[in-house]
Design a protein around this ligand. Structure first.
Ligand code: SOE
Length: 391
């Protein structure tokens, strides 16, 4: 039995300490309790621009040290991998510097502000031979893994329809301030790059590549109070000054997939009453499946082979030991939550680094997602369908 001290170490340096920084810190801290890994994570350093904030985060989340300059962090010789949770405009610069220092990189979605930057990041990572991943966390939930298994085993047959939503309502209030996600120069886009990105990645994961897309979008509220103090997705608004919203509040698009399926997508922050309804419903020649993040342990399924008198959608609670990842947590029916997807990602990424186990989504998947995002934006400009491979 190898003692804990003899095991390989993966020493992590993380950039960002707010929402995603907290979710990722929890994952590094928890993963070893529930998963047998070929290496142990060492939470070596967390980085943030605000010294007081990052010092408090380091103490609270369990990081050994803290930095206020990511350039120092990525150059430290006591760090093996860099986890990037900074806003989207910083992803490329930090990733390229980390890669240049020979670090493996795990980056939050979307991978970059645009397709060209994403491709540059992929090329650099492949050339340097470092491991690279993008945190499309919803792939890593037991019910979504089950959906993938059902489709891959042909249990719902040929796919006719893929319908996806990502419905939130945190911006319906005109008083919600101009957070970084509402500024194009920082976020790249609004609901589209932030949450359609998840829908696009799940569609690619579950049924394959996009062929062509055509979209439309809206910015319902064009100016908002400036942000005085950030908190969660929004924060406290300035009492006096206002600023222009430079991104989409909602983007919808139609898609044709290379396998012939028809796609319908909508991502919005104005779906009043819907808080985090990342959903997909897939209809095939032999059956259908439906999943909703707001009920993330459940998968609704319909199989045409059922006896006619018993035919109907039924709910599978994906908390059995046969359901990927579920068995590592609790006994049957003791459900898991949003944060567990991140634990599963860092588990898989540790095995990718320490045991060269396969891993996806990598920067390649980040590029493919960016390609679809930009094809939709181009289709809106042109008012016409755009083939994804044209970009
Ligand atoms: C806000 O839309 C947000 O936090 C996204 O940025 C995340 O990627 C998503 O998982 C939840 O909602």
């Amino acid at each position: 039995m190898v003692g804990v001290s003899d095991r390989k170490k993966i020493r992590v340096g993380m950039v960002g300490y707010k929402f995603m920084g907290k979710a990722h810190s929890h994952a590094y801290k928890d993963v070893g309790m529930f998963f047998d890994m070929d290496a142990d994570y060492v939470m070596r350093a967390i980085c943030g621009r605000n010294e007081q904030g990052v010092r408090e985060a380091a103490a609270r989340f369990g990081w050994e040290s803290w930095e206020t300059d990511w350039r120092r962090l990525v150059a430290r010789d006591d760090i093996d991998m860099v986890d990037i949770n900074a806003p989207s405009d910083a992803h490329k610069e930090i990733a390229l510097a980390a890669i240049a220092n020979g670090k493996h990189v795990l980056c939050e979605k979307p991978l970059a502000l645009n397709l060209a930057d994403a491709r540059e990041m992929l090329e650099a990572a492949e050339k340097a031979g470092v491991k690279h991943g993008v945190c499309f966390n919803y792939r890593f939930l037991p019910a979504v893994q089950l959906a993938k298994k059902i489709i891959d085993e042909g249990k719902i047959g040929d796919i006719y329809h893929y319908r996806a939503t990502y419905l939130q309502d945190w911006l319906v209030d005109p008083g919600a301030p101009l957070a970084w996600r509402l500024r194009k120069e920082i976020a790249g886009s609004g609901a589209h790059g932030d949450i359609n990105a998840h829908c696009i990645d799940l569609a690619r994961f579950l049924i394959g590549e996009f062929d062509r897309v055509v979209g439309h979008n809206r910015t319902f509220i064009k100016e908002r109070p400036l942000l005085a103090q950030s908190e969660g997705l929004t924060g406290r608004a300035s009492a006096t000054e206002k600023g222009e919203v430079t991104v989409d509040d909602a983007t919808g698009f139609l898609a044709d997939f290379k396998n012939g399926a028809m796609g319908v997508f909508i991502a919005t922050r104005f779906a009043t009453g819907r808080k985090n309804a990342n959903t997909f419903e897939i209809h095939g020649s032999r059956g259908s499946i439906r999943w909703d993040l707001e009920r993330l342990n459940e998968l609704e399924v319909y199989f045409r082979d059922d006896e006619p008198e018993l035919a109907g959608f039924r709910r599978i609670l994906a908390t059995e030991s046969v359901h990927k990842y579920a068995g590592n947590w609790w006994p049957t029916g003791h459900i898991i939550g949003y944060e567990h997807g991140f634990v599963h990602i860092v588990y898989e990424f540790a095995q990718h680094i320490a045991a060269d186990a396969p891993f996806a989504p990598t920067f390649y998947d980040g590029v493919k997602c960016q390609q679809v995002l930009e094809a939709v934006d181009l289709s809106i400009e042109r008012g016409a369908w755009v083939r994804v491979d044209e970009l």
